[in-house]
Write a protein that binds this ligand. Sequence first.
Ligand SMILES: Nc1nc2c(ncn2[C@@H]2O[C@H](COP(=O)(O)OP(=O)(O)O)[C@@H](O)[C@H]2O)c(=O)[nH]1
Ligand SMILES: [Mg+2]
Length: 291
Amino acid sequence: MLINWYPGHMAKAKRLIEANLKVIDVVIELVDARIPLSSTNPMIAQFIGQKPSVVVLNKADLADPAVLKEWKAYYVSQGRRVMLLNSRDGKGVQQLVKLVRTLAEPKLARWRARGLKNRSVRTMILGIPNVGKSTLINKLARRSAAKTADKPGETKGKQWVHIGDQLDLLDTPGVLWPKLENQVSAYRLAATGAISDAAFDMETVLTQLVAELSQWYPQLLTARFKLDALAADPMETIEAIGRKRGCIVSGGAVDLEKTYKLILKEYRDGKIGPISLDRVGEFADKGRDSQ
Ligand SMILES: Nc1nc2c(ncn2[C@@H]2O[C@H](COP(=O)(O)OP(=O)(O)O)[C@@H](O)[C@H]2O)c(=O)[nH]1
Ligand SMILES: [Mg+2]
């Protein structure tokens, strides 16, 4: 699995995030609801520090509701605030604003006590690529009246979007690098589209994906591709899908590259059904791991 985040990139991303976090009161950590721990960043706990935060399981529409319930319980057991969200259609956005405002309340109360009645708390979104940061920022910005002006004493060009009562959002997210130190997470990041297609071996990713779908969601897989049964060997299932969908090269063999792309696209688009790949049990001891 190719890793295209070199230490130089990581150091730069880290510096940028740390600089922005200096003025942030509440952190919104965005992860992919289908792979909450694979799509988190090992350093997130360090970034968050003592600030109040919420972990948002975005793309909840694409994940398995039963597994999401377990993930919610998991985060609660870790002492974290957690929310499900669909940034694309905006479902949950209102609750997110409310929750962030609630988390900000102690700070606002301290400011009020010091006579700073009109000061706003600031929030920012952190997440690895492709978890929906821009989509969420756009949703939040659109429902708000207007962008607030730059404030004195801050990095030039930093823009704040007013998103709620005494609540401003930094309009650029903090982009964390993906966790690539274990192969299972790396493959799932590839399957969900967090790592660019050029960076991984399709055969490896697709055989793993089809193996996991066969194990956890056999009915969804057979129903979607009209298969009579699933083979023990995922490669056989992939070939059967290729035949069903007419991905055939001259001579009658299955066009594997085309079949890989087809399965991947339908999986990512949610066509196979709501599917979770990360499961709570397999990461039991790897909660907020840091590096
Ligand atoms: N189904 C679904 N797709 C989403 C959701 N949020 C974002 N997306 C899609 O995920 C892709 C990446 O989103 P983007 O906002 O660019 O991610 P970013 O890299 O974190 O800024 C886009 O195709 C979005 O339309 C969601 O809640 N549900
Ligand atoms: Mg973006």
